[in-house]
Design a protein around this ligand. Structure first.
Ligand code: PLP
Length: 468
């Protein structure tokens, strides 16, 4: 592509993005396509000769765009948000244009040093002690895998990478039964094995694993000759927001000298507001913490903050050249690829820098506080609406509900009808053995009016369905 053409199409793409964002309120949130539709619209073979940019761009608008679910839609209330604040998109334009590989300090001095500073900014914004240092991982799944590998190596006296797991004792990892599936995968991939993930039932769908039960499980494993290796706690679990009592759970981990990791992938963002920090009281005793600025905070995917009490343990687990340990950090040179499973790294700190400067912590706190307040108000309103019940109370901005007396199939039917309606997008989970509908407010551009539309979309649809 000639430089002039590159310039023209770059401008066009940026302009398209800005107009797309401005148009979202008029579009259905979830894609309304049928499976296979987009696939069949693609030619079977790639072209032998290059095509005109205009034709490619036209097809993008005609075929691809209508097949997308709009994650930046202000009325996206499904899953958790994947916010990409406009200012973070602008930063990503620059990152994409420079397209640097940020694996070593020397391949990306500015990216590396900005990353160090941004992780300090976030650590302080969350109210964590200065003894924590951080690295940006591509996802919470990767951060959790890295933490589990540290648990494995530490428990095997740093011989697991060399010798493998054959002939070692059975490593055991403990968590509540509310944790995200990324924990399962970390256990599979690390070779520890699902059967050695000990799931302690949480006290309630929003509660903690009981510390006494954790302690008893560890003791039983020790008595059986197993090798306890670590504890994974969750704060704001994906289904209904279950949160472990960190003070109690981390005390048990400490007593048994186990490495601890806290998965606060979604809820961590809210910890920039001091009044919500009760939720993770005791966090300063964790060895490893992950939270995703790419969820609620607005730094677009991918951007996962992994904060560590002692990064040497992580580097010792993942560095290819252990002699690097002797100098890391001390001469001002950090090679962040030694802190993560993948070697290659994108420049992820720039969008955080743009985001935090443009909105300021106060701007981001205001957004999060609004979401929490609005979500709680909606839960109250639904609770007062005949025919509805709140099945799990709000944890920050997440709660679940269903129609009173509905069976699982009826709950799914209501959910599908709400999503087909298009005004809002919701997803389901299970709580106390039943299917329930999740609601979370967290989209960057969501307003109080959008919450009102959500109430109407839910109640209108239910009413429509109740008519014979
Ligand atoms: C979203 C989420 C994850 C997974 O995050 P990725 O960055 O997509 O890997 C893990 N744990 C919890 C609690 C989550 O909400």
């Amino acid at each position: 592509m000639e430089p002039q053409e590159f310039e023209r199409w770059s401008e066009k793409a940026a302009l398209w993005g800005a107009r797309y964002r401005a148009s979202l309120r008029d579009r259905p949130v979830r894609a309304q396509t049928q499976p296979g539709e987009i696939y069949r619209a693609m030619p079977v073979r790639p072209p032998e000769t290059g095509e005109e940019m205009q034709a490619i761009f036209d097809d993008f608008e005609a075929i691809i765009q209508p097949g997308m679910t709009h994650w930046q839609h202000p009325r996206f209330f499904a899953y958790f948000p994947a916010n990409a604040a406009p200012v973070s998109v602008v930063a990503e334009h620059l990152v994409t244009a420079m397209a640097a590989q940020c694996m070593l300090w020397q391949t990306s001095p500015a990216a590396t040093e900005l990353e160090t500073r941004m992780m300090e900014w976030l650590r302080d914004a969350l109210g964590l002690p200065e003894s924590f240092s951080g690295v940006i991982q591509d996802s919470a799944s990767s951060a959790t895998l890295a933490a589990v590998l540290v648990m494995r190596e530490r428990a095997l006296n740093w011989q697991g990478n060399r010798q493998g797991l054959a002939g070692q004792g059975r490593l055991r990892i403990y968590c509540s039964d509310q944790v995200h599936t990324s924990i399962d995968r970390a256990i599979w991939v690390s070779g520890i094995g699902e059967e050695n993930l000990v799931r302690i039932p949480a006290e309630s769908p929003i509660g903690s694993m009981p510390a006494e039960a954790l302690d008893a499980a560890i003791r039983a494993d020790l008595a059986a000759g197993h090798v306890p290796a670590g504890v994974i706690a969750c704060i704001g679990a994906t289904g209904t927001g279950a949160s472990d009592d960190l003070s109690a759970v981390l005390a048990v981990a400490k007593r048994h000298d186990l490495y601890s990791h806290v998965d606060a992938a979604w809820a961590g963002a809210a910890m920039i507001c001091p009044e919500f920090r009760d939720l993770w009281q005791g966090i300063e005793d964790a060895d490893s913490i992950v939270f995703n600025p790419h969820k609620w905070l607005g730094a677009q995917f991918d951007c996962s903050a992994h904060l560590l009490r002692d990064p040497d343990l992580l580097v010792r687990t993942l560095a290819i050249q252990p002699e690097y340990l002797k100098t890391h950090g001390q001469d001002g040179i950090i090679n962040y690829s030694e802190w993560s499973v993948p070697l290659g790294r994108r420049f992820r700190a720039l969008k955080l820098w743009f985001l935090l400067r443009f909105h300021g912590l106060e701007g981001l706190r205001r957004m999060i506080r609004n979401h929490v307040r609005w979500s709680q108000a909606l839960a109250d309103r639904l609770a007062r609406t005949p025919g509805f019940e709140i099945t799990t109370p709000p944890v920050l901005s997440l709660f679940s509900f269903r129609q009173t007396g509905a069976d699982d199939a009826q709950t799914i039917a209501l959910l599908n009808a709400i999503n087909d309606d298009g005004r809002i997008y919701l997803t389901q989970t299970r709580a106390a053995g039943r299917v329930v509908i999740r609601f979370q407010a967290g989209q960057f551009d969501c307003t109080e009016e959008d919450i009102d539309i959500a109430y109407r979309a839910i109640t209108d649809t239910a009413q429509r369905m109740s008519k014979p």
